[in-house]
Write a protein that binds this ligand. Structure first.
Ligand SMILES: NC(=O)c1ccc[n+]([C@@H]2O[C@H](COP(=O)([O-])OP(=O)(O)OC[C@H]3O[C@@H](n4cnc5c(N)ncnc54)[C@H](OP(=O)(O)O)[C@@H]3O)[C@@H](O)[C@H]2O)c1
Length: 273
């Protein structure tokens, strides 16, 4: 066992939990970064109940990505803990428009601003060979790059379209973050996975549960692409169920927009690189 940790955000959720289980099985030391410690404790117990995992190193630390103060508190509680990988897995797709206490639309802060802030704050903890894996989505390809993302109000909000824009922003700014910081960053797109994320809080959810959910991947299957990414020693690649891919050209065409968006994210969340 090495003395450095892998941090998994949203570790009490479906794919987060599956990621932690796989990582501790391989002997990794893992920090579960979760907004609900109670939910995280249940998830931890479940994982450690697995065969031969009783003495695995699986710690819980509170992290609410809706709050920049919580992200800062999480990073400073790490002290000089060495981190070999950060898996920015947590995500949200709120049914309705709403603001966080920092004044940003919730999906924008949870899926985009806070993962970048966390990545930047952990710079001093990351080992030289460390990397960051950002969980993105196939929906990234269905929208354009929105350089006004952090300024959008309620009239521009769409549950799926805003979610997709935040994931596209995370991907593009992840590339730009890597170029500026020298930290390796890769991306994982799990496909469509049977989790609470695919409930849209609409009248047709029960119907979708019967007709659609059974055909989605299990969280265990969905997270395999992220686990591949966490094992990769290069940077800037997209991992899907069919393995490692180069990113589509449309992303490199948006490099200037990515630079602008990252500057805005740095200003909103208050970090530098
Ligand atoms: N399911 C899919 O089809 C699919 C497809 C593409 C990408 N993804 C992405 O995969 C990732 C994992 O999703 P999942 O499918 O495993 O869904 P999930 O079970 O709902 O997991 C989402 C996780 O994010 C956490 N989270 C939400 N808001 C947070 C906040 N403010 N602070 C900290 N953590 C927060 C949740 O915390 P709680 O445990 O407290 O609820 C949960 O652990 C997400 O980024 C999602 O966008 C999912």
């Amino acid at each position: 066992m090495t003395d450095s940790y892998i941090i998994v955000t949203g570790a009490s959720g479906s794919m987060g939990k599956a990621a932690c289980r796989n990582l501790v099985r391989k002997g990794e030391k893992v920090i579960m970064a979760c907004r609900s410690v109670e939910k995280a404790e249940k998830a931890r117990e479940e994982i450690l109940a697995g065969e031969g995992l009783g003495d695995a190193c699986l710690e819980i630390k509170p992290l609410d990505l809706c709050s920049f103060a919580s992200v800062r508190a999480f990073a400073s509680a790490l002290g000089d803990t060495k981190v070999k990988a950060l898996f920015n897995n947590a995500g949200t797709m709120p049914r309705r428009y709403g603001l966080t206490s920092d004044g940003y639309e919730r999906a924008c802060q949870v899926n985009f601003l806070s993962p970048l802030l966390l990545s930047a704050l952990l710079k001093g903890n990351l080992t030289p060979e460390a990397q960051i894996v950002n969980m993105v989505s196939l929906t990234c390809r269905l929208v354009g790059t929105d350089t006004l993302l952090t300024e959008r109000g309620g009239k521009d909000y769409g549950q799926l379209s805003t979610y997709a824009r935040t994931k596209r922003a995370l991907l593009l700014c992840g590339l730009e973050f890597s170029a500026r910081s020298g930290i390796r960053v890769n991306f994982s797109d799990p496909g469509i996975v049977n989790s609470s994320m695919i409930s849209l809080d609409r009248w047709f959810d029960p119907l979708a549960d019967v007709l659609f959910r059974p055909f989605c991947k299990s969280p265990e299957k969905g997270v395999q692409s992220a686990l591949l990414a966490l094992n990769y020693n290069g940077s800037g690649k997209l991992f899907t169920s069919s393995g490692m891919k180069d990113l589509p050209r449309s992303y490199s065409r948006d490099k200037d927009k990515a630079a602008l968006l990252l500057d805005k994210a740095m200003e909103c969340a208050g970090f530098s690189l």
